[in-house]
Design a protein around this ligand. Structure first.
Ligand code: AMP
Length: 423
């Protein structure tokens, strides 16, 4: 133990605990995107604070309470913040590089990285968390919304997850939402709400629907539903998304209270929730944000995207008792008895690695007993053991760590023998 521990709300990924699983989860969540024409994008972990206040929204907790802002340097005029989410940065990068003018529309991008929110930490809610995300920019097509939802569902399924639900809603558009908004404002005015909530209702009444407090939810039972206010175009769009999901075998549940309550979020909105995670149940979410590009000074660029939470996906796998089939980190572990043998096994270790066999070697001066303990702990299927006598005969001992069986193998044949055993 040192004087220091990881900062509150963060944790280390370690080979002994979870780091291999995290790498595999990121890979698997991204794999369906790679097969669907999405290109990898990486943006800075910090951006102009205003990108987030505009791109995430002034009325959201993320912007008002949870942003990690960086102290401004005396010589700088930039106010920077650690990114709380990925969409605003990806839209910014797309506009900056003119991707929407250079190639096919929609521009399809995916990313993987860490995000930062100054939240009250608890299980499943951290101040640094990891997401795999996808954005498709520049097309208004229900097939695109359906594609993204199907890709997220495929990603979760490929990990073996089953105990989750897809919640689906439509937020309407610039035509029908203002009518709904007016009805909601009138309804909210008649409720007994605290000042904070009232202020939030003033900026963005839809967000009040998202309030997690029971006392608030109890008053919202009879709130007008957006679904009843959708215009014909939005209804048809929503119907088409549902039709495509159903045809692809993706089940969903209507959730009229599901909002991403900002003016530039439109139509399709969705969340994947897992049954085994307690209060922090969302393992991923997203939706259509047709107005965001314009909010950031760009042209109209109707878009849709999602972010899937890697930390919570890990917890969901745990909750379902799913063990990922992870590749062995060490297949072969070499133990040399003596200086000369060490030279030979070191050379063989290098050769085996170059041939694609994951090999490790006992380092430092160790007794044979300790070296064999290390071999055991490494999880290797085979140990290679060699002493002076073996070398004189041109062999090494190959020990099957499971059966304990030990056979001499000639030095020349070693790489081919182990390559064959790899299968
Ligand atoms: P959001 O941008 O809030 O819709 O987040 C998308 C996904 O990221 C959520 O569904 C969660 O899986 C994950 N996520 C968001 N915030 C956190 C957090 N503080 N800790 C862990 N995971 C998070």
């Amino acid at each position: 133990m040192s004087t220091f521990t990881a900062p509150k709300g963060t944790y280390d990924l370690l080979p002994t605990v979870n780091s291999a699983a995290y790498l595999a989860i990121r890979e698997r969540l991204a794999a369906p995107l790679r097969r669907a024409g999405y290109g990898y994008v990486e943006t800075p972990v910090f951006e102009d604070v205003k990108l987030f206040s505009r791109g995430v929204g002034e009325s959201t907790d993320i912007v008002t309470k949870e942003m990690f802002t960086l102290a401004r340097r005396p010589e700088s005029s930039e106010d920077l913040a650690l990114r709380p989410e990925g969409t605003a940065s990806v839209v910014r990068a797309t506009l900056e590089a003119n991707l929407h003018k250079l190639g096919n529309l929609p521009v399809k991008l995916w990313y993987s990285g860490n995000f930062y929110r100054y939240e009250r930490p608890q299980k499943g809610r951290y101040r640094q968390f990891s997401q795999v995300g996808a954005e498709a920019l520049g097309a208004e097509d229900p097939a695109l919304d359906a594609e993204l939802i199907i890709l997220a569902d495929d990603a979760f399924r490929s990990l073996g997850l089953r105990e989750y639900k897809l919640l689906l809603n439509s937020l309407g558009d610039q035509q029908c939402r203002p009518v709904y908004r007016a009805a909601l404002v009138e309804f909210l005015a008649g409720l007994d709400l605290d000042e904070d909530t009232r202020r939030r209702a003033g900026i963005n009444p839809l967000r009040v629907l998202d309030d997690k407090r029971e006392a608030v939810q109890a008053q919202l039972v009879d709130a007008p539903k957006l679904r009843d206010y959708l215009c014909e175009e939005c209804k048809a769009y929503d119907e088409k998304v549902r039709e495509l999901l159903t045809a692809a075998g993706v089940a969903f549940v209507d959730d009229p209270k599901l909002v991403r309550g900002l003016d530039y979020y439109t139509r399709t909105t969705f969340e994947f929730v897992h049954g085994g995670l307690g209060s922090q149940s969302a393992i991923g979410g997203g939706g259509r944000y047709d107005g965001l590009s314009e909010m950031l000074g760009g042209p109209a660029l109707p878009s849709v995207g999602w972010g899937l939470g890697v930390d919570r996906t890990f917890l969901a796998l745990e909750a379902e008792g799913i063990e990922l089939d992870l590749p062995a980190t060490t297949e072969v572990y070499a133990v040399a008895l003596g200086e000369e043998a060490k030279n030979v096994l070191f050379a063989k270790t290098v050769e085996l690695r170059r041939a694609g066999v994951a090999t490790d070697l006992a380092f430092g001066v160790k007794s044979i007993k300790n070296a064999m303990k290390s071999a055991n702990r490494s999880g290797a299927r085979f140990a290679l053991i060699a002493g002076d006598r073996d070398l004189a005969e041109g062999v090494v001992q190959l020990k099957d760590m499971e059966s304990g069986e030990q056979t001499p193998v000639s030095l020349e044949a070693l790489v081919t023998t182990l390559k064959e055993k790899q299968l």
